[in-house]
Design a binder for this molecule. Structure first.
Ligand code: ADP
Length: 266
């Protein structure tokens, strides 16, 4: 299973990603965590990212795309992954599509956390206060003004991703303001629902055909035109609409029935 968690800072993506890791045994990739580790270790990527992160702006696409490309190649990501904090821009989403298409893969679901920004700000500020009380080190970008800037970056650069993923059949929304348990349950429902995506949404995915799949609406195709031949009485009885019967063993449904959801297997 390959899942993207989409939502502003403080929406609960990290918490839910951990719940998904425990439940499905797939790896979590948080670009924020990787970047913070790089900053702490003083690697070239860390040196590049440090100041950008501290002011709440986004690190250049090519830096994070390289991090993700590298991570999803690793053996433990073979059976799936949860992306938390990536993609954050449309070019990142396009790069992710390309990376997966090269492997003949695609995403299974994009879970969008719907939030109320005012509540969110109060929530993050509370989290920062609690961390201070516990004497935990704060992130340099965990202060009220930078938080506002991070939210602004989300609004302008990341929120357009919902339009990018809308219409792919992958996008599912959950109420990020609900309790942790309720959000976990809503995500479980969303993932189960994603597994029933229309045939046209997943089964047609082939190497190189990703763009076409992405734009698929899952709508029914019009039935094929009736054969010009004059129908015999028997033929008229068995095929009144002129549709072809589904061919056995083709694994595809007859035209006109293709939009019926069916269970996807791993
Ligand atoms: P948040 O708590 O804001 O969701 P993250 O831990 O995901 O934060 O990321 C912290 C910072 O790391 C971001 O503000 C940004 O500077 C950088 N970052 C993380 N992921 C990305 C990304 N996909 N693209 C660009 N910058 C990123």
């Amino acid at each position: 299973m390959r899942v993207v968690l989409l939502g502003p800072p403080g929406a609960g993506k990290g918490t839910q990603a951990q719940a998904l890791v425990a439940k499905y045994g797939i790896v979590q990739l948080s670009t924020g965590d990787v970047l913070r580790a790089a900053v702490a270790a003083g690697t070239p990527v860390g040196l590049k990212a440090k100041d950008i992160m501290a002011r709440g702006a986004l690190v250049p696409d090519e830096v994070v795309v390289a991090i993700v490309a590298d991570r999803i190649e690793q053996a433990d990501a073979k059976h799936g992954f949860i992306l938390d904090g990536f993609p954050r821009t449309v070019p990142q989403a396009e790069a992710l599509d390309r990376m997966l298409a090269k492997k003949g893969l695609r995403l299974d679901a994009v879970i969008e956390f719907k939030v109320d920004e005012d509540i969110l700000l109060r929530r993050i500020e509370h989290r920062v206060e609690q961390a201070k009380l516990r004497g935990e080190p704060l992130r340099p970008d965990d202060n009220p003004q930078i938080l506002k800037d991070r939210l602004a970056a989300y609004r302008t650069q990341t929120a357009p991703l919902t339009a990018y993923y809308a219409g792919t059949g992958m996008l599912r929304s959950v109420d990020g303001m609900a309790s942790i348990e309720d959000v976990t349950a809503a995500i479980a429902r969303a993932l189960a629902d994603a597994a029933f995506r229309p045939v046209s949404g997943k089964r047609t995915a082939r190497k190189g055909s990703h763009t076409a799949v992405r734009r698929s609406t899952g709508r029914k195709k019009p039935p094929k035109a009736a054969p010009k031949r004059k129908p015999t009485k028997a033929a008229a009885r068995t095929a009144p609409s002129g549709r072809k019967a589904p061919s056995k063993g083709s694994g595809r449904k007859a035209p006109g029935k293709g939009s019926r959801p069916r269970r996807l297997t791993k």
